[in-house]
Design a binder for this molecule. Structure first.
Ligand code: G4P
Length: 533
């Protein structure tokens, strides 16, 4: 299978529009090179004139994908945004996943809105903890993954060892696409198995081949021990690894691997073409009563993220909607299946980082931003009338539970509004004790608490602090027998709370107490995730 030619790019104009969408995210451990790769992808696609516009770490350059002050201070990306760019007759929608080390619910939900992921691995470090977590989230939905092993211009682990480690830790079949010739100071370029050529770091073709053995005839190459070693290890990799198979890739069980360098722009164009040519079109969206097929004529989509006050000049609240089917046009009326209410979508937006433009038309795979005043929440399904409910967008049982302390008692009302708004956005979860009037927040990572306090203070003018309340575990409780559930709630009244949908939540001091309750109440289900509704 060869990569696309100009003719193929041209032929894409005859496809139904949604078939030209590639909606993807980049997953990686912090420092593996996600930011650098993002800017290189955009510049390779011609989307930005000067690579560097995306970065914000050094502070000097302005950020595009990171917009919150806190992110800029810390040099991390907390909220996800969308970057849309054209490439070779395709529309690429890159969803930025937060890159900090705390696992956040936002990251998970962003991955519910993509059809493919690029996994960036640092060649010197192999699989790291955050990569593993994000990979597991992708695996839940069998998202196809392209592996980019970054920083081959530096000393790193041997390619075969890296392949071994990834296959072993992720239980994923790999198949090479770009193979490095040397690493670090010995880096000579790469063997491109799709275009069947040997390329220098500057992009010059050194040799072409039909079969790898042909390269043994090329004197200038075989005289170089670095090249011979690369050829040898590649032959071994090919003997050990399966041939590329599109279906297995699309099912999420096989990953094409490219060795490259984001910093030097090596392998980036090939990565883009691999995604363009092999990456999946929009996939059917899991929903009830049945999955939504992207070629359905009527429009449907779901909210995977809500972001308030993205732009200080616009004090607004934007729901990011992933379209699942149909052709959406500006001004269309859509029904929010949860509330049953219709809304006219007058000002939908497309994004490029924090630049935005009006979206006149969008199809399955596209992400549109819909400004609203609290009518849209994460997990909501929007349709042209059908009663689909998109599934698989959960809340996670919080791992950090805190009582909210208000330092200015006059501001109770503003605080309750702030907490409800931010809970709707998915920044935090909010619970009310069944006994007493405490406001409780639950988060999955410590950083979420800091974001919450900073946003409540800045956007609502309410200073809050948090205090521990002796609980470490929260579980939603359900039971087929409503009387049994009632008995449980009565018996545990002091440890019970309700979430924002009034669903009962059991709070336990620690894992031991949670287990004990499970043993004592075998008919009750203790849930660590709950679908948003
Ligand atoms: P992240 O978003 O995944 O956290 O990673 P980021 O792109 O910020 O890259 C982390 C560091 O790795 C940066 O260096 C970056 O320049 C470097 N890097 C990225 N890709 C490559 C590559 O292909 N080769 C080499 N040699 N380095 C690479 P830094 O010194 O931490 O940041 P900066 O001071 O350059 O901004």
């Amino acid at each position: 299978m060869s990569l696309s030619t100009a003719a193929e790019g041209h032929a894409r104009h005859t496809l139904e529009p949604f078939r030209t969408r590639r909606t993807f995210a980049i997953i990686s451990h912090p420092d593996a090179g996600k930011t650098t790769l993002t800017e290189r992808l955009l510049s390779a696609a011609g989307a930005i004139q000067q690579a560097g516009a995306v970065r914000g770490k050094s502070g000097a350059r302005s950020t595009r994908s990171d917009w919150m002050e806190m992110e800029q201070q810390r040099g991390i990306s907390i909220s996800s945004s969308v970057m849309t760019f054209e490439f070779d007759g395709l529309t690429m929608n890159l969803l930025d996943t937060p890159g900090h080390s705390d696992f956040s619910e936002d990251t998970y939900r962003t991955l519910t809105a993509v059809d493919a992921a690029i996994m960036v691995i640092d060649a010197a470090k192999g699989i790291e903890s955050q990569t593993l977590k994000l990979f597991e989230v992708c695996r839940l939905r069998d998202i196809p993954i392209i592996t980019f092993i970054n920083k081959v211009d530096r000393e790193g682990l041997a390619p075969l060892d890296l392949i071994d480690e990834i296959q072993g830790k992720l239980a994923l079949d790999l198949t090479p696409v770009l193979w490095p010739v040397g690493q670090g100071v010995d880096f000579r370029g790469y063997i491109d198995l799709l275009e069947k050529r040997v390329v220098t770091p500057q992009g010059k073709t050194l040799a072409e081949f039909e079969a790898l053995e042909d390269l043994l005839e090329v004197e200038s190459l075989v005289d170089d021990p670095v090249f011979l070693t690369a050829l040898e290890t590649l032959e071994m990799a090919r003997a050990m690894l399966p041939e590329f198979d599109l279906t297995t890739f699309h099912e999420g069980h096989m990953s094409p691997v490219l060795f490259g360098s984001a910093l030097k722009g090596i392998g980036v164009a090939e990565l883009l073409r691999t995604l363009g040519d092999w990456g999946p079109e929009p996939r059917p969206q899991p929903a009830l009563p049945s999955p939504i097929s992207p070629d359905e004529k009527k429009v449907s989509g779901f909210v995977f993220k809500v972001q308030a006050n993205m732009d200080a000049n616009h004090r607004d609240r934007i729901a990011f909607v992933r379209l699942c089917s149909g052709t959406f046009t500006r001004g269309m009326r859509l029904k929010n299946v949860r509330s049953g209410k219709d809304m006219a979508v007058a000002n939908p937006m497309f994004f490029f980082g924090n630049n935005r433009e009006l979206a006149e038309e969008a199809v399955a795979g596209d992400i549109v931003g819909i400004p609203n005043h609290g009518t849209l929440s994460v997990g909501d399904t929007l349709t042209e009338g059908a009663t689909y409910n998109v599934t698989g967008i959960p809340n996670f049982a919080p791992e950090i539970i805190r009582r909210v302390r208000l330092t200015d008692a006059m501001k109770t009302k503003q605080m309750s509004k702030a907490l409800s708004d931010l809970a709707e956005e998915g920044v935090t979860q909010v619970f009310r004790r069944m006994v007493g009037a405490d406001w409780i927040v639950g988060v999955v990572g410590q950083l979420q608490l800091e974001v919450l306090a900073s946003r409540v203070a800045k956007e609502y003018g309410v200073p809050i602090t948090f205090e521990p309340m002796g609980y470490e575990v929260a579980r939603w409780v359900e039971c087929d027998d409503p009387d049994e559930l009632k008995r449980f709630i009565t018996a545990q009244k002091m440890n019970m709370a309700e979430d924002r949908n009034n669903a009962p939540v059991f709070l336990a001091q620690n894992a031991w107490w949670a287990d004990r309750a499970k043993q004592d109440w075998p008919k009750i289900d203790f849930l660590t995730t709950k679908e948003r509704h």
